[in-house]
Design a protein around this ligand. Structure first.
Ligand SMILES: [Cu+2]
Length: 149
């Protein structure tokens, strides 16, 4: 019961995350029907270079991949992480759980973060049900933000 509820939720979340790029992707598919679309992960918010208050909204973006809660083993899915001022582990390596490696194992696609004033480099990383980095493509480009006093 609980698992099926989670899976349903994951499917709904995946649909929400993936709905916008579907139209663009459909055009590519028409031109190149055999091509496997590359996944892409990014921050919808905050924007690169943004100045934000100490508590700020984070919205994840994902194309050509799905979202499922941690612990749910479903091919083609994972859950989001935010890495703060640290390099991402290599694919296949488990992401630590500490203040610099935040896990969103509930399958969240948006959240809030609270950071002390300063400048930060953030990366969004999608990892599998065991918190292992899936691939380089599922590590976002770094964004730089300034948290204001
Ligand atoms: Cu995790």
């Amino acid at each position: 019961m609980r698992l099926s509820t989670l899976l349903l939720r994951a499917a709904v979340l995946g649909a929400v995350v993936l709905s916008a790029p579907v139209a663009a992707h459909a055009q590519q598919a028409a031109a190149k029907p055999a091509a496997q679309p590359a996944p892409e992960i990014y921050f919808r918010a905050p924007r690169d270079g943004a100045t934000v208050p100490t508590t700020f909204a984070v919205e994840f973006g994902l194309r050509n991949y799905g979202v499922a809660p941690a612990g749910v083993s479903l091919a083609g899915t994972g859950h989001f992480h935010v890495l703060i001022n640290v390099e991402p582990p290599a694919p296949g390596v488990m992401i630590p759980a500490d203040s610099l490696h935040r896990h969103f194992g509930g399958g969240q696609i948006e959240t809030t973060l609270t950071l002390a004033p300063g400048t930060y480099t953030l990366r969004a990383v999608l990892a599998d049900h065991e918190h292992k980095v899936i691939s380089r493509e599922l590590i976002s480009r770094p964004i730089r933000i300034t948290v204001r006093r």
